[in-house]
Design a protein around this ligand. Structure first.
Ligand code: ATP
Ligand code: MG
Length: 553
């Protein structure tokens, strides 16, 4: 399989009609796409990698093809084979891609983990998933090693980098040195791994509780053709940056399959520590990045900078997903850069479900329209489809077979899977409504919606109104019990520099919300904090604010 030609579509309808993905039998991305493409076009740019000190490496497809084969054989010699689960914690090092591709070649299951996992988190994940090996960088080895005593399933610990490693660890480079570049792994039946074999265990962000473990098969990468080729609008010659830690599914949405399938080059910025808006803008300018994807919170910080100080002339297409993009952020980004931000919606359990594609007029605040191949339906509480304008749960119809890119289930938990896959649908747990043009408008997670005096209020619309006030940098809107209304709207706010909490400011912000949205949505309670509770991937944990309010702390 080689890079597929891009469809030209002038409209969403035309795109839907013409889009199709061919799924080769027993598909394995590492053999059937990467190795095949590298054999015909070895020097095709695959990755521009910039480390924390600004050192740049330009890597081609042949590099990833041969290094991953060597790694696969080196791992096979150390007892790693089909179905074995391997935790990978490598920040955004090049070794991350080599390792994951090697695991694809072996038929082993990659479980990416963010570097911020604590020893306890690691123990939980390793024990739950029966992880056999961990590949991490030297800087993380100590905390991984501390988990070892409580993790009997571990047989191999691999450290990347030049730093010291605890006793009993194997060096990444020694494994690579043990393999050959044309290695192909076959089972006793002569079959290479692929198709419906397990590929990944992803951890969800843990916004609503403990992260869930989501499994995807080898066909999953093809589900991201839509993500890279159409939503990110990629083609050969593009340099794409998605800002995400390699520990989340979002990183493979934006830093891997769809990008390579489209012929584009992945830009990887392996910064350490906290990201700063000015350094990111500097990177975009210096490396002439052409397309960019980041969560809304990143754009929120970027638009507060003086963008005229940076040469962003190479940048032509911007996207966002993960949380709702506030309209004011869309507008100020457009004003400063001349570019729209195209929003998408999806979950770890799926690929991109809805998006605003380049050939669609964005409606700021909308998550766009359903992606081809996904039969999305909004269902009311009795399981009936909702008419235009009426909110319902976003569900994916399963009756016509599995959608390409839909998860197989929560790892080893058929009962939990059955709570979201039933009656012929996968239930996302998210609520939205569709307008007369078919655009979806995200309202919130089922649990986050507020019911006040008979009104249903989505937290996002109130948050959007709040952050359009100059004093407000970030807002989280939740329900608090109210004797009269059942629930009242509460806003937890982080103020911009130069603003101090006061009754006067509270009134001013409340009046502002009443003006920019329907007055019944204004927050009756406002709380000021220095920081909102967030997941390690940066999502606001509204459930945590609610729990705190309920327990009275
Ligand atoms: P957990 O399932 O562990 O609570 P999570 O749902 O946040 O965490 P992810 O799979 O990373 O984990 O995120 C998917 C969720 O993010 C969606 O279900 C939705 O609630 C939210 N989301 C994704 N894209 C958007 C978007 N464009 N606008 C609003 N919300 C979005
Ligand atoms: Mg979720």
């Amino acid at each position: 399989m080689h890079s597929t030609g891009k469809l030209t579509a002038d409209s969403y309808e035309e795109f839907l009609e013409r889009f199709s993905v061919e799924v080769p039998e027993n598909f394995n991305f590492a053999y059937d796409f990467l190795d095949a493409e590298a054999a015909t076009d070895p020097t095709r740019p695959a990755m521009v990698h910039v480390d924390d000190d600004g050192n740049r490496r330009d890597l081609d497809l042949a590099f990833f093809s041969s290094e991953s084969s060597r790694m696969a054989q080196g791992l096979a010699k150390r007892g790693i084979g089909p179905g074995d689960r391997v935790l990978v914690m490598l920040y955004r090092r090049v070794e991350w891609w080599i390792t994951v591709l090697a695991l694809h070649k072996l038929g082993a299951v990659a479980a990416p983990g963010p570097h911020l996992l604590t020893t306890k988190d690691i123990e939980f994940r390793v024990d739950y998933a029966g992880i056999k090996a961990i590949v991490c960088e030297d800087g993380l080895a100590e905390k991984v090693d501390a988990a070892r005593a409580n993790c009997p399933s571990l047989t191999l610990l691999v450290g990347a980098g030049e730093g010291a490693l605890p006793e009993g660890w194997t060096r990444f480079d020694d494994i690579i040195a043990d393999g050959e570049e044309n290695y192909i792994h076959t089972g006793p039946d002569g079959r290479r791994p692929g198709g419906a074999d397990p590929l990944y265990i992803f951890f969800t962000s843990g916004t609503t509780g403990m992260p869930k473990m989501v499994t995807h098969p080898h066909t999953y990468p093809l589900g991201h053709l839509t993500t890279g080729m159409y939503w990110h609008d990629l083609k050969p010659g593009d340099l794409h940056l998605t800002l995400s830690d390699t520990g989340w599914a979002k990183s493979v949405w934006g830093k891997f399959y769809g990008q390579w399938l489209s012929g584009a080059c992945i830009f990887t910025w392996d910064f350490r520590g906290k990201f700063t808006p000015d350094s990111l803008l500097g990177i975009l300018a210096e490396h002439r990045i052409t397309t960019f994807c980041a969560p809304p919170t990143v754009y929120r910080f970027l638009v507060r900078e003086d963008l005229s100080l940076y040469d962003l002339s190479a940048l032509r297409h911007c996207t966002t997903a993960g949380e709702l993009l506030n309209t004011s952020v869309f507008e100020s980004w457009k004003q400063s850069t001349g570019l729209n931000i195209y929003e998408g919606y999806g979950q770890t359990e799926t690929c991109l479900q809805t998006a605003t594609f380049p050939f669609m007029e964005p409606k700021p605040g909308s998550i766009g329209k359903p992606c081809p191949g996904w039969d999305l339906v909004l269902l009311d509480e009795s399981g009936n489809p909702c008419p235009t304008g009426v909110e319902g749960e976003i569900c994916i119809r399963l009756s016509e077979g599995r959608n390409l890119g839909l998860f197989t289930g929560y790892l080893d938990e058929p009962e939990k899977t059955a709570t979201v896959m039933y009656d012929g649908y996968y239930h996302t747990g998210d609520k939205a409504w569709a307008d007369e043009d078919g655009y979806f408008w995200f309202m919130g997670r089922n649990d986050d919606l507020i019911k006040s005096s008979g009104y249903r209020i989505g937290p996002f619309e109130v948050e959007t109104a709040l952050v359009s006030h100059p004093a407000v940098v970030e807002a989280a809107v939740t329900a608090v019990p109210d004797p009269v209304r059942g629930q009242a709207v509460k806003a937890t706010l982080v103020l911009a520099q130069g603003y101090e909490p006061s009754d006067e400011l509270t009134r001013e912000i409340q009046d502002h919300v009443k003006k920019v949205t329907a007055p019944y949505k204004y927050p009756r309670v406002i709380d000021y904090v220095d920081e909102l509770p967030k997941t390690i991937s940066g999502k606001i944990k509204r459930a945590e604010i609610r729990e705190k309010d309920e327990s009275g702390n």
